[in-house]
Ligand binder design. Structure first.
Ligand code: UD1
Ligand code: UDP
Length: 381
């Protein structure tokens, strides 16, 4: 029996972990035991609990309840909690997802205990260390043993950083293996799409018609913590409502909700504009329904920009770079940063009837999770 400790803590990690847990339960339950550690980085029911129940994620075995805080304090609390669990559970490996502080904490704790790290969503790079996620990705990749990349670009990035294609088993931290496998978030979108479209009532609840609105999410710290950027994004939405009759729906991260009040007059202005609809963070099924029915996505979220692509919706990215370069390369997304002109011109471009978009397959075959677990068993058992 292979014993895995999975460390998760933030919204997108619950969603990613759901795909792997589902694969373990359905195909590998005789060979794999999974212990789930929730760091408590996200804790509001609509940022955490709702995903466990909706996506059938097994209840966590441990919750470190670290909560919010400065990066150092938050990460340090996680490292110490994870270390204790790893010492007592003695797993064969640890699974870490993506690029949050929970990922980094798991990487520090496990690497010092010589526990092999499986990094899922490895190799993604935005090529700026000014964003905390890039630091977390690089640090985690460089102490990992199995690096599962969702795109071929992810694998190419790792080879450029010195990872070797020709390493042979047995794999360990000094002899790691890069494995392109497809995107487990794509697995989830395929798996949950029909149920979301059937069960979600979010469109009715907010009186939304298919293709009559654009979906917006904002939560990255460079946008939320800089009042000029936050103002600029909302200014362009406001301009598009008035000049183009646009309608926007924003399930807003609690971080952004709190920061709205840092821009003088913004909250009051927003309550006056009926076509900028701010709603609480959506559940996963509601989010899928919102994505599948919108005309366009405007976001700074990594996961949401990919989901736009899965559902063949154009996407305006509220950042100057993205690790998901294929979306931009294929002409289905534009990097508008927080620049009013760029946001507005991308909106008009994507609304033009003669704009043709080609959503070439880039994220695998929807079976990345099964493939991933089979490789973990093959290489780490
Ligand atoms: C984190 C990740 C980011 C990821 C995002 C997914 C890091 C460095 N960042 O950003 O990569 O894209 O999660 O959503 O790990 N808050 C609440 N309730 C919650 C959670 C957070 O109110 O349940 C508020 C708190 O004010 C907190 C702030 O949001 O200080 C930021 O939370 P934090 O987890 O530090 O970072 P995120 O912005 O969520
Ligand atoms: N998501 C959600 N409800 C929301 C916003 C996002 O369920 O209100 C889902 C979204 O569908 C995607 C994931 O959360 O699967 C993306 O997470 P997030 O945007 O928080 O972080 P990122 O991907 O940028 O790290």
């Amino acid at each position: 029996m292979l014993k895995i400790v999975t460390v998760i803590g933030a919204r997108p990690q619950f969603i990613k972990a759901a795909a792997i847990s589902r694969a373990i339960r359905s195909k590998f339950s005789d060979n794999v035991t999974e212990i789930i550690v929730h760091t408590g980085q996200h804790y509001d029911p609509e940022m955490s609990e709702v995903f466990f129940s909706q996506l059938n994620i097994p209840h966590e075995n441990y919750n470190l309840k670290v909560g919010s805080g400065n990066h150092g304090v938050q990460t340090a609390r996680m490292i110490s909690g994870i270390e204790e669990i790893l010492i007592s559970e003695k797993p064969n490996c640890i699974i870490l997802y993506g690029d949050t502080n929970s990922t980094l904490a798991g990487a520090v704790a496990a690497s010092k205990l010589l526990i092999p790290i499986v990094h899922i969503e490895a190799g993604m790079r935005s090529f700026t260390k000014q964003v905390p996620e890039e630091i977390n990705r690089i640090m985690c990749d460089h102490v990992s043993t199995l690096l599962f990349t969702p795109t071929l670009t992810g694998a190419a990035n790792l080879y450029n950083e010195g990872f070797r294609k020709d390493n042979m088993a047995p794999y360990h931290v000094d002899n790691p293996k890069v494995i392109p496998c497809g995107d487990i978030m794509y697995d989830n979108s395929l798996y949950f799409k029909d149920v979301a479209l059937k069960e979600s009532n979010i469109l009715d609840l907010h009186n939304l018609k298919a293709n009559s609105y654009s979906l917006v999410t904002i939560h990255r710290n460079n946008n939320t913590d800089d009042p000029n950027r936050l103002f600029s994004i909302f200014k362009s939405l406001d301009a598009l409502v008035h000049a183009a009759g646009a309608k926007f729906v924003l399930p807003l991260h609690p971080r952004t909700q709190k920061m709205l009040d840092t821009v003088p007059g913004l909250r009051d202005r927003l309550t006056e504009v009926e076509n900028i609809k701010i709603i609480p963070p959506a559940s996963y099924l509601d989010m899928i329904a919102l994505e599948a029915n919108c005309d366009m996505v405007i976001t700074d979220s990594g996961g949401v920009q990919k989901e736009a692509y899965y559902f063949e919706k154009p996407c305006i990215i509220l950042q100057s770079e993205t690790p998901w370069v294929e979306l931009v390369r294929n002409g289905c997304a534009e990097l508008a940063d927080a620049d009013c002109n760029a946001i507005e011109s991308a909106y008009y471009y994507f609304k033009k009837p003669d704009t043709k978009l080609d959503f070439k397959p880039v994220f695998g075959d929807g079976k990345a999770a099964e493939f991933t677990v089979s490789k973990i068993l093959e290489y780490l058992h």
